[in-house]
Design a protein around this ligand. Structure first.
Ligand code: ATP
Ligand code: ATP
Ligand code: MG
Ligand code: MG
Lengths: 256, 256
């Protein structure tokens, strides 16, 4: 079974998709076959790896309603060893449809059980909410990675999120652990970034990754070219940071 | 009746709360009594005007389930003539509770009908989704203001959002119009900002505000002090931009 990591935070714009895309790409470039699942109806993760939003037939929605197996829905991307289950517009309606289904929280977990054993990692990109799509991703995951922007508002939602993760672990998915808290968009020129980073390290200590993702304009340019950062600008600070993050995760998952 | 403007965009982190807080403050400072309603369970708008998340008794949730009238729930803020209906943690459950209610989309519209006639404007801050809380805000509004970050991913969700707004106008709230599209976090040092702004202006033409909100670190520092930008740093670019935006809105609403 592939190690499944969900990238979640109900606060918007904190770097969930940027982390999902670039971590998945870095794991694939390190020789680990990886599946990226776009659980966000906005479809940004699909764009980030150069796959247009699913025309409507093979996507996350079809996997969740059983029309397609997960391996069937997985599409190759611009990176060898990186595959994607793209989102499509139907996913918007999925949350309301899921409300009345039995085992509604475990639909994605059930689908991922049939993932081909050649995959070493699965990365799930979540929408900015704590609704049923995010709960499905948390139930399907071995661990959750929480990106947190080095800004004041970002600290506010963190305790709500940790409570939700604990609730899911107690009642829905006992194996769920915290992969780590990832500081993003760190700008060393501002006192605010330093202050928020210091606060996060005080609160979460060794659960904060050693890697800090800097604010780097190349990261926000890359999606316009449908390329993860490692292909768009291999030498930039963004590529270095996400490569270092992948190494930390491999070290933790494989060397234990 | 107060002119009601909802600040909406399902893309996360585009500056919805920053716009709701600082536009509402600028309208109040221009002598128009204004109500800010925090419809986001994260409660960032409450923090932005120095009001702690409602302890659980008087908040948006209680207004929506009828326990309190909207004027009763409104609390004064650090700005004279600016009042706030704060959010509280119960609001997270509201979306699921609303699913089974009759007229579930019109709950907030119904509550705002009882707003004291001394209020000239009501500004609703929405969460980053197109769920029932945002639909309630769109049904309660005369117009919708759409902040859009000058970044590539931000363009992607715009067509989905415009479709949702049109759907609400056709089937739920015929008076809903577009107040305008507001470019935010514009950084004149990057080509990306210029490119996205050009694209937005080409697509939406005169529906894009003349005012462009620049990326300005003071805007992200202010929430840490529980102050809108006009009180935190009256001379900075952020204050100038939001004051200009308020003038554009007043001109359109009052001299129309
Ligand atoms: N380290 C970084 N440096 C500069 N820009 C970044 C960085 N990380 C992300 N961005 C940009 O910031 C914006 C928000 O990031 P992203 O879309 O990844 O966040 P998100 O949490 O997935 O948002 P949502 O809540 O809408 O899903 C995007 O335009 C992205 O390109
Ligand atoms: N013009 C700006 N310049 C610099 N920072 C800004 C600007 N506007 C907003 N910010 C900061 O960017 C972050 C995102 O803004 P904000 O929280 O207002 O977006 P949002 O759309 O309300 O997010 P969410 O989708 O989570 O509700 C915040 O930390 C905020 O302080
Ligand atoms: Mg995203
Ligand atoms: Mg907000």
């Amino acid at each position: 079974m592939a190690r499944t990591i969900s990238i979640a935070n109900q606060k918007g714009g904190v770097g969930k998709t940027t982390t999902a895309v670039n971590l998945a790409a870095a794991l694939a470039l390190a020789g680990r076959k990886t599946l990226l699942v776009d659980m966000d109806p906005q479809g940004n993760a699909s764009t980030g790896v150069g796959v247009p939003q699913a025309a409507g037939t093979h996507g996350t929605y079809q996997v969740m309603n059983g029309a397609h197996g997960i391996s069937e829905a997985a599409a190759p991307t611009v990176v060898k060893d990186l595959w994607l289950v793209p989102t499509n517009i139907d996913l918007i309606g999925a949350e309301i449809e899921l409300v009345s289904r039995v085992h509604r929280e475990h639909v994605m977990a059930e689908a991922l059980r049939h993932l081909d054993s050649s995959f070493r990692y699965a990365i799930l990109d979540c929408p900015p909410s704590l609704g049923l799509l995010t709960v499905n991703a948390l139930c399907a995951a071995d661990s959750v990675l929480i990106p947190i922007q080095c800004e004041y508002y970002a600290l506010e939602g963190l305790s709500q999120l940790i409570k939700s993760v604990n609730r899911v672990r107690h009642s829905l998915n006992p194996r769920l652990v915290l992969e780590g808290i990832l500081p993003t968009m760190y700008d060393r020129r501002t006192a605010l970034s330093e202050q928020v980073l210091g606060e996060v390290r005080k609160l979460f200590q060794e659960r904060v990754f050693r890697t800090v993702i800097p604010r780097n304009i190349r990261l926000s340019e890359a999606p316009g070219f449908g390329r993860p950062i490692a292909l768009y600008d291999p030498k930039c600070a963004g590529t270095q940071a996400y490569t270092a993050l992948a190494e930390e995760i491999i070290e933790h998952a494989e060397k234990g």
